[in-house]
Design a protein around this ligand. Structure first.
Ligand SMILES: [Ca+2]
Length: 356
């Protein structure tokens, strides 16, 4: 009160210039506040886009009968041999890869934060290069390079670490899963897949269960559907890569990049996309020499992940190949093919499905 009464009677205070200064000072402040609010609003909108795809419908599962089969492949990569007899018990398996809609329902219900969305953890990765110190994930970038060399490396140049890439924005901050509830959820790390499975009352398949299921009742056939080569007679059986890898995917099979689940015919057990579309995590640790010592009945992989040559961490198995599998470079959309990655790694071609 006293101050209010005194102000008009104080001629020494240059009131007008002071007010003008305050106003001009406020303009950039207001602009910055407006900009930050706009960025946050766009961010919020995108977050919401992903959760808006949530689909609470129970995922369709099919019964895979138990049985005995020949696991592995003759004359394939070394880790697929020796071909050996394996018996697995019956189980139910998700008919499709876990979709964006299903994964969004899980996140909506639990508030789960995927590995790719978490802040950088200095204690866990003390020696990480600067570019890996922001939340993000691996994104495929097409490029014109000779495919056969020298690319025998765990970090081919067409994979980039993109800050802001995660299951909501699989190709980076500018991308979105809006309208893609029936696409496979990707940018899923092994531990994310495990968290979803636990929430859903399911689990990840063992590598043996996965291969038995992928073969769909066929015996030692090269593909999940039998012998026909993809595209033979104009027929396509899986979402893979055609054209000059990694420069240009012609999409001859109908899709460049991911396809909605169930875009191709199911295998003999009624399972879709066991070949191509997105890689699928298994529960087993990866050991390239495991087939030589694998038990015959319900093998579950080695007790722990042995060191893998050229890799920094133990690896978990993933199976099935993806939309990036191309006959000239990665012929791994076949039921016997094995691949691996660390439990905390994700990419825009890696998803999962569950069993129980
Ligand atoms: Ca394709």
């Amino acid at each position: 009160m006293a101050k209010k009464a005194n102000r008009p009677t104080s001629p020494a205070v240059p009131a007008a210039p002071s007010r003008r200064f305050s106003f001009w000072f406020l303009v950039p402040v207001l602009l910055v506040i407006g900009l930050v609010a706009a960025v946050l609003a766009v961010g919020w909108q995108r977050e919401d886009d992903a959760l808006r795809e949530a689909d609470a419908t129970a995922p369709e599962m099919v019964l895979v009968p138990g049985g005995t089969f020949w696991m592995g492949r003759e004359n394939g990569p070394a880790d697929e041999s020796p071909v050996h007899e394996v018996t697995v018990g019956p189980f139910q398996m998700d008919a499709t890869e876990v979709t964006v809609g299903q994964f969004a329902a899980f996140v909506k219900a639990t508030g789960y934060v995927t590995v790719a969305e978490r802040p950088f953890d200095e204690r866990k990765y003390p020696n990480a290069p600067l570019e890996f110190r922001k939340p993000g994930s691996a994104v495929f970038v097409p490029m014109d390079v000779p495919v056969h060399g020298p690319w025998d490396t765990p970090t081919p140049p067409w994979w980039r670490y993109v800050p802001g890439a995660n299951w909501r924005r699989p190709e980076g901050p500018q991308s979105s899963v809006k309208g893609k509830k029936n696409y496979p959820a990707v940018q899923i790390a092994w531990e994310d897949a495990g968290a979803y499975a636990q929430w859903a009352g399911k689990r990840l398949p063992t590598e043996a269960e996965w291969e038995w299921a992928a073969r769909g009742g066929l015996d030692r056939k090269p593909y999940c559907w039998g012998d026909a080569k993809p595209g033979e007679g104009g027929k396509w059986y899986a979402n893979a890569y055609q054209g000059k890898f990694p420069a240009e995917d012609t999409g001859a099979d109908g899709f460049i990049g991911l396809a909605p689940v169930k875009s191709f015919p199911p295998n003999g057990y009624g399972l879709y996309d066991m070949s191509g579309n997105a890689w699928e995590w298994c529960s087993d640790w990866y050991d390239p020499k495991y087939y030589a010592v694998s038990p015959k009945d319900n093998p579950k992989g080695p007790e722990s992940g042995p060191p893998v040559e050229g890799e920094f961490q133990p690896q978990k198995v993933r199976r099935g190949g993806s939309f990036l599998c191309d006959d000239s470079y990665c012929h791994r959309y076949v039921p016997s093919a094995r691949d691996k990655n660390p439990t905390d790694s994700s990419a825009n071609h890696t998803g999962f499905r569950c069993v129980k």
